[in-house]
Write a protein that binds this ligand. Structure first.
Ligand code: ATR
Length: 287
């Protein structure tokens, strides 16, 4: 069953990631490891695609029969109008990060939010149902995550943002069945964090090189709460280190990257993703 592959041959199926910039991406090493691990005859490359070349690239996907594409900044919104079908979740989030080429029909998915939630459940909070969640930040990343968290039926999600209007717009634009979904300014963070089971940073505050910054002091959280950060450079931000010292569980952003790729791999190949091997490969590349 398990076929050892010699390398690229005339049956190799092509995949890739597009973005601008793209040379920093760890997706090629992660996905090629996943193909090797599962004996899939695939090859995954990074393509530097500027805005003006996006249409040409998608025509190339159709012409060459590229099976799968990951889409990153700045193309997640623009690419949608070039596809044949947009999956419901990606439509609700308003962004596509994964394309599946089904015999010439290009279908857009979003695996960022569900990847984040799978990582959170695997690594820090096995159940999200009934939990009280604070999400700091109201940008594109926040939108995908809040959409995916809502599927898990938490008791409450409060989105806070430096610009409160953006948090209000985000909360108002999402359907929440059975979850109390609200918005607040960052001024109320101390009170909100003290009452939360899970606090999630979706802003860039604390990202390299600003490693001494934190979106909230870790001691504002309840001991035993989960502190979660989408940032994975550094792997453990100041926010996570401070919260952990205060008795919280720390959940870093690397898992979201791994699992967004795991879902893409599963959509493309129909096989379960070799998550541990993918993580090992990315961690080695980050050293
Ligand atoms: P992304 O796609 O990564 O979410 P984005 O859409 O630009 O990026 O959103 C960035 C988020 O981080 C926003 O919520 C932003 O707050 P504003 O809407 O007020 O701009 C937040 N953010 C960025 N830098 C911040 C800082 N120094 N302090 C607080 N919030 C910050």
């Amino acid at each position: 069953e398990h076929i050892a592959r010699q390398g690229i041959d005339s049956h190799t199926v092509l995949y890739g990631v597009i973005g601008d910039p793209i040379r920093h991406s760890k997706s090629p090493i992660m996905m090629n490891r996943a193909f090797r691990e599962r004996g899939v005859n695939g090859a995954y490359a990074a393509f530097h695609i500027t805005d003006d070349k996006l249409g040409d690239f998608i025509r190339g996907v159709r012409a060459m029969g590229i099976r799968g594409v990951n889409v990153t900044i700045p193309h997640k919104l623009q690419v949608m109008e070039l596809l044949d079908e947009i999956h419901e979740g990606a439509r609700a989030i308003g962004a596509v990060n994964t394309i599946v080429n089904e015999n010439g029909r290009l279908i857009g998915y979003n695996t960022d939010g569900i990847g984040y939630v799978r990582s959170l459940k695997e690594e820090a909070a096995p159940s999200i149902e009934g939990k009280r969640i604070v999400v700091i930040g109201a940008g594109g990343a926040s939108r995908g995550i809040v959409y995916a968290l809502l599927q898990e039926r938490p008791a409450a999600i409060t989105i806070t943002n430096r610009t409160v209007q953006r948090a209000e717009e985000l909360a108002a634009s999402l359907r929440a069945d059975g979850t109390k979904l609200g918005a607040s300014s960052n001024d109320r963070l101390e009170e909100l964090c003290g009452d939360a089971d899970i606090v999630i940073n979706t802003t860039s505050v604390g990202m390299f090189p600003q490693v001494d910054e934190s979106p909230v002091p870790g001691h504002w959280l309840k001991p035993g709460a989960v502190a979660s950060d989408l940032i994975y450079n550094p792997l453990k931000t100041r926010f996570l280190r401070d919260a952990e010292q205060h008795g919280c569980t720390a959940h870093g952003g690397l898992g979201m990257f791994i699992y967004q790729g795991a879902y893409a791999f599963e959509y493309w190949t129909g096989q379960p993703a070799p998550v541990a091997a993918m993580r090992e490969e990315v961690l080695a590349a980050l050293q």
